[in-house]
Structure formats: structure tokens, C-alpha cells
Design a protein around this ligand. Structure first.
Ligand SMILES: [Zn+2]
Length: 206
């Protein structure tokens, strides 16, 4: 977790990581490797490749196999997910978050009110959350909870993150769980998940 937030990265690696994250809401998508190269044209090409490889190794970003597009720049997804975050700040476009807690935390990262649209992981019922002044001011359905599945822990972008999802109620989580082998994890109330989002993401790109 710390590595993804740049704690164990070099300052050069961290500058590239912060550029990728700060550009994502501006573009409404994760920047491509070409766009990153243009921004860092003063950096030797081999050196920049090395930096991107290190960010990949630390799970901060995941380029695709051809190394042209970034499929995930934690906490953003390069492709559509069921967690869409729209910013109230007009200069930002909506983006897709990797998981439910990421979706709840992204507003803290950019100091912006947000609207989150997601789906119940059991029945695909629409879930809508409005955040204003760092508070949830609207939640539909009211009983929405977040399940953090702990069966996967190696790589957040490819495994753990997709296992943190919204359910429209405790009951829908239980229905989803029923018949499956018992999974290790935590069922969080929305306020708890929101607090974790704040804890993980506030001031992470400052
Ligand atoms: Zn449901």
C-alpha cells in the first residue's frame, strides 16, 4: 500500500506517478505512455522506461503488454469499471475507479465534491453516492455496504481491488456469499468505507 503511494519510490519515480494521477481527471482517462513521454521529454527514453517499470513493479501503474497504454494507475482504471466517479469541479472529467474504496477516496485526493455511480455486486442495482464537503450527503440505496475480500492480496490492481465492491444491502451481500466457499474479508458500513477512503487518499498527490 505504501509503495503505491510513493513512499518507497525515488523522487523521480514519484514525479512521474503524480503526473499520471493528476492528469487522469483532466483528461477523463489515464494518460498514454506517449503522453507521459511527451511531458518528460527532457528525461532520457531509457530512463523513463526504467521509471515506468519501477512504478509497475510497485503496483502504482500497470502498462499493457505493448507498453503503450496504462491499464491501471492506482486508484484509477484505464478501462471502464462499475465504479464511476464524477467531480463537481468543472475542470475535471469523470473517471473509473479500481474499487469501491478507491471510488470513495478519489474526491479526497483532488479536494473535490464527487458523485459516485456503481452497481450492487450481487444484483447490479444502481448505487449512487453524493459527497459534499467531505461528507456523504446522499446514499441510494440507504443500506449500501462495502465488502473487502481478503482472499487476494498480492497485486491490488489485478486482484484485491476488484474484490472491494458495493452491495446494495447486507442481505444482498449474504445472498451473493451463499453457496460460495467461506471467504475471508470484512463487510463495512458505508461510513467505515468512506473513512478508509479518506485515510488512504487525502493529500496523496500533494
Ligand atoms: Zn443487490
Amino acid at each position: 500500500m505504501e509503495a503505491k503511494f510513493g513512499r518507497t519510490l525515488t523522487s523521480e519515480e514519484n514525479v512521474v506517478r503524480k503526473f499520471i494521477l493528476s492528469q487522469t481527471p483532466t483528461l477523463g482517462r489515464v494518460p498514454s505512455v506517449v503522453e507521459i513521454s511527451e511531458e518528460f521529454s527532457h528525461v532520457n527514453k531509457g530512463k523513463l522506461e526504467e521509471i515506468l517499470n519501477e512504478l509497475d513493479r510497485f503496483d502504482a501503474i500497470h502498462p499493457d503488454e505493448s507498453k503503450t497504454n496504462i491499464i491501471a494507475a492506482y486508484p484509477f482504471s484505464g478501462s471502464a469499471t462499475s465504479h464511476k466517479v464524477s467531480f463537481k469541479r468543472k475542470e475535471y472529467k469523470s473517471i473509473f475507479a479500481m474499487c469501491a474504496i478507491d471510488a470513495l477516496g478519489i474526491g479526497f485526493m483532488f479536494d473535490s465534491d464527487v458523485s459516485i455511480e456503481s452497481l450492487c455486486f450481487h444484483c447490479e442495482e444502481k448505487i449512487e453516492i453524493d459527497v459534499q464537503d467531505e461528507e456523504i450527503i446522499s446514499l441510494n440505496p440507504k443500506g449500501t455496504v462495502v465488502w473487502c475480500d481478503m482472499e487476494y492480496s498480492k497485486c491490488a490492481a489485478t486482484s484485491l481491488c476488484r474484490k472491494i465492491n458495493f452491495f446494495s444491502s447486507d442481505e444482498h451481500f449474504e445472498r451473493w456469499q451463499k453457496g460460495k466457499s467461506k471467504r475471508r474479508g470484512h463487510l463495512l458500513q458505508i461510513a467505515e468505507a468512506f473513512y478508509l477512503g479518506k485515510l488512504f487518499f487525502k493529500e496523496r498527490i500533494n
